[in-house]
Design a protein around this ligand. Structure first.
Ligand code: NAP
Ligand code: F7E
Length: 324
């Protein structure tokens, strides 16, 4: 039985990846931060089938202990401060988690289990003010937030440790991927939750920032499969994972409101509080390499993703209110 360690298992991707690896027959260990109250909603249904160990990307000794306990064949480093706006208000902490945390984990791996395979969760945000359309593995980076700058560091330290020490370390450059488990502050979930609340009479308006921003949005369940595929290859390499389609925040709103019979223009209010100091205007990925070498393809299209998220929020809120 293969053993996997997931950092960030309590997050959106961590929960889908844990499910996927259990289906593949893995023994799954998740690293979690100590908190005064548990934060395990996304993995509650898996609790009996996974092992949780405490550790923190800020603490090198804890990482060594986690690896000694998990003895992993594969390490998926998904933990990070992942919300872009917070990276302007906590830039140093973002760098500690999202950039230096990668080095701490790679060094711990070198000490405890250098034969393991390592996945780094890199991001399309690294392309920022894009130098090429669509973006591929060879497109230069131009990060536009402290988060994206930290991810560029995480990407290159992964490449560097592969080249310096011969580690099997890969960087997956994933474009935005969403699901009903997405955090409520990210725009897609903010919209699906807002639409459901308005539909059920719990709210009347939805305040958003830049409606013109365009993203290449896919379904998180598809993207964790790509992570795993990268670690099954004969040699380590870096891959872009994306749908190859780009849509605006406005289009997301249109489909989401339309799905429940509402007109988005009556409810969406543009609020300057949600405008960023520096924006990433337009992202669209070229996942040709992942398609060709990994045999990966997305299974959920844009409209299907929007509807899935709105339906899930409607169901959740109806359940919470005890309504049919
Ligand atoms: P998420 O839902 O925000 O989850 C982040 C996870 O990181 C949580 O489990 C969090 O734990 C953990 N974490 C944060 N700081 C930590 C620390 N110091 N020590 C240990 N754990 C820590 O993020 P996600 O959407 O699943 O994304 C997973 C990864 O992929 C992240 O690295 C993100 O930056 C990257 N990424 C995401 C996307 C996307 O569209 N979703 C695209 C490209 C890359 P708590 O529960 O304790 O807070
Ligand atoms: O914003 C615009 C906002 O916060 C998307 C993270 O997972 O994906 C995510 O980063 C766009 C931006 O995601 C609101 O200005 C408009 O242009 O959902 P988001 P993100 O910044 O793209 C990448 C790949 C990651 O790696 C990150 O970890 O939507 N937008 N109005 C808004 N965004 C938010 N959050 N809230 C609004 O009201």
């Amino acid at each position: 039985m293969k053993r996997a360690l997931i950092t960030g298992i309590t997050g959106q991707d961590g929960s889908y990846l844990a499910e996927f690896l259990l289906q593949q027959g893995y023994e799954v260990t998740g690293m979690v931060r100590r908190a005064s109250t548990e934060n395990f909603e996304r993995i509650e249904h898996l609790r009996e089938r996974i092992r949780l160990v405490q550790g923190d990307l800020l603490d090198p000794f804890s990482l060594i202990r986690v690896l000694e306990q998990a003895r992993p064949d594969e390490i998926y480093n998904l933990a990070a401060m992942s919300f872009v706006p917070t990276s302007w208000s906590q830039p140093t902490l973002t760098g500690e988690f999202t950039a230096l945390g990668v080095t701490r984990l790679l060094d711990a791996m070198r000490i405890v289990c250098p034969q393991a395979r390592f996945y780094q969760a890199s991001s399309s945000e690294m392309y920022g003010k894009v130098r090429e359309v669509p973006q591929s593995e060879t497109t230069p980076f131009y990060p536009r937030s402290p988060y994206a700058v930290a991810k560029v560091y995480g990407h290159y330290i992964t490449v560097n440790y592969r080249e310096s020490y011969g580690l099997f370390a890969v960087s997956g450059i994933l474009f935005n991927h969403e699901s009903p488990r997405r955090g409520l502050e990210f725009v897609t979930r903010k919209i699906s939750n807002g639409v459901a609340r308005i539909r059920l009479g719990l709210a009347s308006e939805l305040r958003l920032g830049n409606l013109d921003a365009c993203r290449d949005w896919g379904f998180a369940g598809d993207y964790v499969r790509a992570m795993w595929l990268m670690l099954q290859q004969p040699a380590p390499d870096d891959y872009v994972v994306a749908t190859g389609e780009s849509h605006s925040v406005r289009e997301f709103c249109e489909i989401a409101f339309d799905h429940v019979g509402l007109d988005w223009r009556r409810h969406v209010i543009s609020d300057p509080r949600f405008i960023r100091p520096a924006e990433v205007d337009h992202l669209i990925g070229n996942a040709a390499k992942a398609r060709a070498r990994l045999g990966w393809a997305p299974s959920v299209d844009f409209a299907g993703l929007v509807r899935m998220m709105v339906d899930a929020d409607l169901e959740r809120l109806r359940g919470a209110a005890g309504r049919p």
